[in-house]
Design a protein around this ligand. Structure first.
Ligand code: NAD
Length: 366
């Protein structure tokens, strides 16, 4: 069968998608007794074992969960590679309601599935998964990070992620405005969960003019009161007259529908997969002269945190020092993008892929 015909057969199939995105392995996990339904995706292990958090979400369909885990795991490969970290990319998603389903047995069953991969995949926290959940998972596998400090872990990674996002934002602002000061810049933060809230703290300290939004009204009010910032409606954030948009909720918020509404000059936030389509929407932002700080580059602080935990002898000061590199990496990537006439996202992907190729070749040589 000719390659063209083969591609036609694969169109719309799971293997077709895996071929397109370059995944190595996808594992479907099911347990009747606890109701666990999870997917673990291992994208690339050239640089090291695939590390990436587990997300629990009430996905509308299996297809939606699969798409999410495939995109997220691929993002982890790029994130580790561009950050100079010797890890591959992987991710897990659990389908269901995190508020009611997360029992000890449920989490330990998931831990057993992680363990069955013998360290090829290492898990950590992501949306709706907390340090306490990692403790249960660690009862069944040693291939877990994001453990509390009392267990020798690095604790909650989100303050480090927020610090990296803050520095990446400053680098993008320097590129767009000539100075990296955030003082008096109007910044819209979408999602004030663990990372968004810590980001707001950095922004307020620098005298930025901060607006926040969140689907949780209670959380939004709590963060607004704590930091003295203003709130804006969930949809209104896209129309806000702002200098910087900081997506810190879920992915795909930059899409055909929202790009035309954004009046900002910079986008820099913590959410993974902010661009609904990496290529199309990356270039649409270029056309609108909006400087985009690639998400997987500037939100790598959390990965750095769990990487240090994985290496052993965790030390928060050393992690924060590594996170400081995000400023220079972001600036260099934006310069490379301008020089090569690429979108920042594509430039960052090319730099990440180059490191994987270079180190992959090195590993094969004797
Ligand atoms: P979180 O669950 O603590 O916070 C997410 C917040 O976004 C919640 O308060 C939620 O109510 C809100 N939200 C969800 N949908 C929204 C919407 N449509 N509009 C407004 N608000 C909405 O998660 P987090 O740990 O803060 O992570 C935030 C994002 O950053 C996620 O995409 C995550 O994958 C990414 N990220 C997190 C880390 C980390 O260290 N926690 C590291 C890298 C990337």
């Amino acid at each position: 069968m000719e390659i063209k015909e083969l591609e036609k057969v694969q169109e719309g199939s799971i293997f077709g998608t895996l071929t397109q995105l370059g995944h190595e392995q996808v594992v479907w996990c099911h347990d009747q007794a606890t109701g666990l339904k999870a997917i673990i995706a291992i994208h690339n292990t050239v640089l090291g074992p695939a590390l990436g958090g587990t997300r629990m979400w009430h996905y509308a369909s299996e297809q939606e969960a699969l798409t999410d885990v495939l995109r997220l795991s691929r993002g982890m490969t790029f994130k580790a590679a561009i950050s100079g970290i010797n890890l591959g990319g992987g991710k897990a998603v659990i389908m269901g309601d995190a508020k009611t389903m997360k029992t000890e047995a449920f989490l330990r069953r998931f831990g057993k599935f992680v363990n069955s991969l013998n360290g090829k995949y290492i898990t950590a926290e992501d949306v709706n998964m907390k340090t306490a959940d990692m403790e249960y998972i660690s009862m069944e596998t040693k291939h877990v990070t994001g453990l509390p400090e009392s267990m020798g872990g690095g604790g909650d990674p989100s303050p480090v992620t927020a610090y990296g996002v803050y520095l990446g934002m400053k680098a993008a602002v320097k590129k767009a405005f000539g100075s990296d000061s955030l003082a008096h810049k109007t910044i819209g933060v979408q999602g004030v969960g663990q990372v968004g809230m810590h980001l707001v703290e950095h922004l307020v300290k620098e005298n930025a003019n901060v607006f926040i939004t969140d689907i949780s009204e209670d959380r939004m009010k709590e963060v607004a009161a704590r930091y003295g910032v203003r709130t804006v409606g969930q949809e209104k954030i896209y129309d806000l007259d702002m200098d910087i948009y900081a997506p810190c909720a879920l992915g795909a918020s930059i899409n055909d529908e929202t790009i035309g509404r954004l009046k900002c000059q910079v986008i820099a936030g913590a959410a993974n997969n902010q661009l609904k389509d990496d290529v199309k929407h990356g270039y649409m932002l270029v056309d609108r002269s909006i400087t985009y700080a690639p998400d997987f580059l500037i939100n790598a602080g959390g990965l750095m945190n769990v990487y240090h935990e994985h290496l052993g002898n965790y030390n928060r000061k050393r992690v924060l020092e590594q996170a400081e590199n995000i400023y220079a990496t972001c600036l260099n990537t934006l310069s490379f993008a301008a020089q090569e006439k690429l979108s920042p996202q594509e430039a960052a992907m090319q730099l990440a892929e180059k490191r994987i190729q270079d180190i992959g070749r090195l590993r094969m040589s004797r």
